[in-house]
Design a protein around this ligand. Structure first.
Ligand code: SAH
Length: 281
């Protein structure tokens, strides 16, 4: 569709949200918005409202271009990088940038993949805004560890499988396997562990969990590019995790899930069919 027509449609939609009396996006403030795991339709209405109002959008690598295309056509779009292994602006640079833009009186939309507070450094950015005396709003998003798994037909909880779930990051601020977590407690606390940024160190994570008593035949899934047309899923066991990681060909971003919920995929895998009908969503 030609761009001006697209923009016209976008404006009409935003206008309808205005009628619902959504919160005002005031100049000089920052909204930290979760974009969801991949499919553009997974952003919240509040996030969509912000896309229509923002003067400037500072977005992460994991935010889909289709979503950005829905933004106010006049908004300036700034890529904030941050993608494992590739050079990207430092976190402090990003925080300083959004502070600066807000101080210029702009409506700053900080758009982050998934949920801003789930391993997304949203807390750090909001903390910097607080220190700078800039007003902000947090707009939660669908995190990859829940919504991304759902796109692979894996429920994070199921009454017949688990009554708790752990969200774990596969690396800490030094880039290694987190040292500050109690691996024995994590291994034994719940049947289901959802791991972000875990592919690189999957071998050593699996080793720690096995040493702490997890079974080698525990079910494991790796969901790559969840909620995107190129989504792919590997199902295996914890015992096979080290070999999988060593193969070095697992597409990222990827979310790893351990536990019996993986098996529900056999009956709940709905997305591949849906993709055949519609490439996006
Ligand atoms: N705030 C984000 C997570 C940021 S950390 C959220 O709530 O989802 C980045 C990690 O999130 C990636 O390394 C990967 O583990 C996971 N992730 C994000 N988007 C993903 C996607 N579309 N598919 C699979 N994993 C994803």
């Amino acid at each position: 569709m030609i761009t001006w027509l697209k923009n016209l449609f976008a404006r009409q939609h935003f206008a309808r949200l205005d009628a619902l009396d959504f919160p005002k996006f005031a100049p000089g403030t920052v909204w930290l918005v979760g974009a969801g795991p991949g499919a553009p339709g997974l952003i919240s209405l509040m996030g969509y409202h912000a896309l229509g109002k923002a003067d400037v959008i500072v977005y992460d690598a994991l935010v889909s271009p289709e979503l950005l295309a829905l933004a106010n056509p006049r908004a300036e779009k700034i890529h904030a990088g941050k993608r494992g292994g590739k050079p990207s602006p430092k976190q402090t640079d990003i925080s300083l940038r959004i502070i600066e833009l807000a101080q210029q009186g702009k409506r700053v939309l900080r758009l982050k993949g998934g949920d801003p507070f789930m391993f997304g450094r949203g807390g750090e950015e909001a903390g910097a805004l607080h220190r700078a005396g800039i007003k902000f709003r947090i707009v939660p998003g669908i995190s990859a560890g829940i919504g991304g798994l759902a796109y692979a037909g894996i429920p994070a909880t199921h009454r017949d499988a688990n009554h708790a779930v752990i969200f774990l990051t596969g690396h800490d601020e030094h880039g290694g396997v987190p040292q500050s977590v109690d691996w024995a407690a994590i291994a034994n606390a719940t049947p289901v562990i959802v791991m972000y940024m875990a592919v690189k160190h999957l071998g050593s994570i699996a080793e720690k969990l096995l040493a702490a008593g997890r079974q080698a035949d525990d079910r494991l899934a790796i969901v790559s590019n969840a909620a995107l047309p190129e989504q792919s899923v590997i199902t295996a066991t914890l015992g096979q995790a080290a070999d999988l990681a060593a193969r070095d060909d697992i597409p990222t971003p990827a979310i790893v899930v351990l536990g019996p919920v993986v098996d529900y995929r056999q009956t709940l895998d709905w997305y591949q069919d849906a993709l055949r009908e519609n490439r996006i969503g």
